[in-house]
Ligand binder design. Sequence first.
Ligand code: SF4
Ligand code: SF4
Length: 137
Amino acid sequence: MKRSVKVLLRFDQSSASEPMIYYLAKDYDIVFSILQADIRPGEGGRTILELTGEEEDIRKGLEYASSKGVSVKTLTKAIVWDELSCVHCGTCTAVCTHQALSLDPVTATLSFNNENCVVCEMCVSACPTNSVRTDFA
Ligand code: SF4
Ligand code: SF4
């Protein structure tokens, strides 16, 4: 079964010179997007990748990365609401079909129910004040 996963890879001095992404693509048939990268050959660094491929291939590919001294952390996404910058305009509630974001009809203030959120991210682009954003844990 195909899946996508976001991972944080940390490289030390020696693993930073490995062409890791090349091997993940070539040997494990993993398609990747680089979401963030700060790696200096000979020094180390980190990168956040979105990997797409067969579940088993991703598992083996990440095992391979670990065996080469790369620290691998799978990231899970969550929606974060910044109550301080929110102006309670309600725009996000129009796109939130899971009732995670709702306006109180009496006080006209927004509330966020994390348990209902399916992290579809529709609200992120809808918010004019960037008060909802995606975070990784
Ligand atoms: S769209 Fe943004 S500013 Fe408006 S209520 Fe939602 S979170 Fe607040
Ligand atoms: S990510 Fe989707 S479900 Fe979650 S609060 Fe935003 S619009 Fe609602």
